[in-house]
Structures are given as structure tokens and as C-alpha cells.
Design a protein around this ligand. Sequence first.
Ligand code: M6R
Length: 615
Amino acid sequence: MCGIVGYIGKRNAYQILIQGLHRLEYRGYDSSGVAMIAENGEMNIYKAKGKVDALEHYASNKDLSGNIGIAHTRWATHGEPNDVNAHPHFSQSRNLALVHNGTIENYSVLKEALSQQGYEFVSETDTEVVVQLIEYIMQTNACSLFEAVREAAKQVVGAYAIAVIEKSNPDRIIAARQSSPLVIGVGEDDFFLASDATPIIEYTNKVVYLNDGEIAVIDRTEGLNVYDINSNDESQICITELKMSIEELEKGGYPHFMLKEIFEQPKTLTDCISGRISADGSQIVLSGVIEHKEKFLNANRVIIVACGTSWHAALIGKHLIEDFCRIPVEVAYASEFRYCNPVVREGDVLIALSQSGETADTLAALELAKSRGAFVFGICNVIGSSIPRATHSGCYIHVGPEIGVASTKAFTGQVTVLAMMALLVGQMKGLVSDEKLQKVASDIRRVPALIQKIFEMNDKIENLAKIFTYAHNFLYLGRGYNFPSALEGALKLKEISYIHAEGYPAAEMKHGTIALIDNDMPSVVIAIKDNVYEKTVSNIQQVKARGGKVVAIVTEGDEIVASLADYVLEVPEISECLTPLLTAIPMQLLAYYIAVNKGRNVDQPRNLAKSVTVE
Ligand code: M6R
């Protein structure tokens, strides 16, 4: 949540900062701003409510000179989205400018204390308190910006990634992190700073991930130095080479990232599987699991913590692990888990499932489980993000950057990794026979081609979306492996079209929800040929008997459901445990086209951000 960019070097900072803000807009987009020290020595801050385009428009006739600057795109926490609350924030003397991602929990106490010292605040943000505190420390202790930021970092409670520049010293950026991500790009003769690597990759593939509790001094002549905030000891700088390509960050001719990401799934799942399943399907290799084999073999239980779409993938993971490994699995919302004093012991394996690897609740849940003796394992997409760095081991899903706020390819990547993991652990436990492994693993290898086949229905789904664009409510029904799919289908529709939708276990519907069914309440029913197929067929009949419209997602060639439902979308046959990988696709497309028809901002829906780094 919120994106930070910074630059210091020989080039004009503004273009780099603006381009960086565009790349980070998925993290928040209610206002944005830049601070630069201009050629005439002045520090200019330009801010605008709305998207980065609004900032560009506002700044177009201003002094955009200077080769040092910081910038920010905001997802509001303290104070409404407006020009004043947008970052960067000036200190009282206007000598400092600061951007911040995170939340400062003790900001009101600090604000009160600073007010008593004569500091005046113009915004409602917690961030302004930090920049004023730094200035206060500089003035009262007569110390450098570096020392003041270090001292301020000890006084603030909460999560932060900050970057500060100083008008009277235009040769340095000071940055610090606690629980919010910060990456420093190391160029030939310049440095870049960002909340993730996406704004950096077009300039350099060499990056340094700042750790929690570290402060960085990025100096034009002295280069990069990193210190521990508390001890002031110098940290060893570890440069990582990024493998991401710039094409992965572009729309590639699609009108939206979401559509591109939906259509990318045959490729992203091929990448996800690559090198992990042998050609004949007889062997699965996940080194993060194999290296810690004993932990999985001796696990008393598995707990999966996640949020949103990742939580839906986790529910499918529960089915997979219980089916193949016979280990009890609990799935918890990370935000609930962390505050409910959960029983976690040595012998438990906790899986933190997160596309971004930065979700604050998931990170906190895993830290809690780790402190109570669990073995913690991460399944994430963003390489080098906070969760993989906090876990004992893990697997990346390798689906490439997901920019659309609505998760699509990450969901199928997560389910694919969970399926491979469950099969592998089941095999290691002697519970999955060679034949079973070969059948399911070979089916996983078929998934990319089968998804490609489902895309042949794209036009049909686009037309279907026209029929339902003006529905006010939707019900999504599924059972077994596809109950979580129903939840995910409903979430996709809600978050991008703003139509109310509810995911429900198909058979549970008759205990209350069926009262909602009428001619105006369409139901998407996942009725593939699984072990409860006949029962789902009855559920469809119950909906039809009450005048409801049914869009059924069925196994190819199913004439029974075709004769009952109003509309049918077919998916190819595959092992039952993998059906969520196929049923997800028509639901992603349906949600996408309904949202487009409604004129919604599909990639950046209102009130949302891609990476939820606040509580
Ligand atoms: O990065 P994470 O997987 O941890 O994110 C979790 C949720 O915030 C995320 O899945 C969210 O629900 C998406 N907008 C769903 O499309």
C-alpha cells in the first residue's frame, strides 16, 4: 500500500520518478506527489489528488529540474485523499521532504508533543509527524539528517518505509524501513529507490533489499551505506540480480493488465511447473520442500494463513493436502489468526500464502507462528519480498509480475504449487502411489493447454456478460474442490464491477440463502463431473424451480446440466483436484467483461490496492 520512488544521480529525476509512480500505481492511486531539489537550489513539492496523470498535468508547467528527488503514490490511511494529505510532506522549515509507506501508531502522541514545541501541522497524516520529528531532532541535537532519522526511527511505533531529502544537502537520500518494503537499485553512477523493483528494472537489474531495522545513506559521491538503526553497526550490502524483464511490466497490446494476465495463464503456469515435474510425470521436485522433508513428514498439522484470493487458494490447498498427505490442515485469515492467540507448537508447519509477499497481516501471522516454534514455509510470487525472506523455506509460484489489482494468474499459480506440494509430500509419506502421482502430475502438465482451449469461449463469455451487466446481485455456488472456486468467482466480480456477489457451498444454500433466489438473482453454478455431481444437479434444479437464472460451468459434453441451465460454459475433463484451475478461467473472464461493460476501472478498482501493507 502506497508506493515510494527515489532517484539520485546525473539524470533528470522527474521523468524517472513519474515513470516509477506509474509502475507503482497498483499499490495505491488516490493521490501522488514528487519532491525535487531544483537546479536553483530550491526544493519543490508538487502534489495532486487522483491518479499520477493528474500530478503530471499539474506539474507540467512547473520547474522540473534537478537530479535528486523522491515521489509517492498514496492509498489513504490517515486523512482523506486530497492534495494536502498527499506525500511528500515538508518539515516546518521546508528544509526536509519525506515520503512514507506504512502507518505510525503513536503519531498522535508525537504530534501533541511537537505541537507543544511550536510545530504546526498542515495535513491530517501520520507521515507529517515523522518529518517534523526528524527536523525537531536535527535542531535540538544539532545533528545530521542521518542521525536524526535514526533517532526518529527509534521513537516511532508502527510500520514504515521512508525516504527523506534535505534542501541544504542535495547530495543524499536517507531511507529506512520497518515492516514495509524498500528496494535500492544500484546503477552505473546513480541510485534508485522504490517500494518494489518494478520502477527500477528499466535502469538496472542490481538491487539491494533493505531489511527491517535498517537505514540507508545513498550519497552521490560516497555511494550506498546501510546501518542497523539500533546498534548503528554497518550492514553488509548484498546485491541481488533481478531476472524480471520490462515486457512483463507492460500491457502488451491488451486494454487492461487483468485481461493480459488472464490470457497469460498458459505461459505463467508453464513457467510455474517448469523444472518441477519430470516429462513423464513420475517425479516432482520442489527443493524448498525436499530440503526440509522431515518437517513435512513429521508435521502434526498444517496451518495455511492468507488473505483475499490467496485465502481461497489456501482452502483448495487444504483439500489437496488432506487428500494426498492425510495431514490435518487449518486455513486461517491471517488478520484473524494473528490476534486470536492461536495454538501453535513445534511440529506444526505454517504456510504463508501471498502473491505480493508483503501483506502485513500474513507477514505478522507467520512471525507469530515462528515465535511459537512452527516451521514456516512461504508460497509467494514476488521474488525477494518480505514473506520469503522471513520464512524457513518456500517455493515461488513464478508467474511473473501481477499488476492488475484483481488477482488471476497468481491464484492459478498458487493452486498449482499447492497441488505439486501435496503430491510430493503424499509420495514421500508413501500415501500417493506411483500411478496416482503420474496421473495427477501429468494432468498438471496438461493444464496450460486446457486453459488455452477454454479461451475459445472468450467471445461467448463476452456476450454472456452483456446479459448480466445490470444485475445487482450474483450467487456463486460450488462444492468440494470448487467451493473455494465459487468464493473466488464472487470476489472477482465484486472487486472490479462493484456488483454484490456471494460465494456459497451449493448444498448449504437451501438452509437460508435460497430465499434470495428470484428472477433477478443469477447464479453461477460450478457443476463439473466430480463426486457430488448429481447433488449439484439437484441444487441447479432447486434454483431453477424458484425462477433463478443459472450459468453453469460444466465438464465438456455434459448434456444433463445443459438441458437445465440457462447458459453453459464447458471446461475440459481433468483430475478432480485440478478442476479449480480450469473453472477459475470462465469466472475471471465473466467478471472482467461485466466490469468493462459497466465502465469500471478494471486494473485499479476503487478503494483497493494491490499490496495491502497496512492492517
Ligand atoms: O499479495 P497477497 O496474495 O497476500 O494479497 C492478498 C489479497 O490482498 C489479495 O488476494 C486481494 O484479495 C486481491 N485483490 C484479490 O483479487
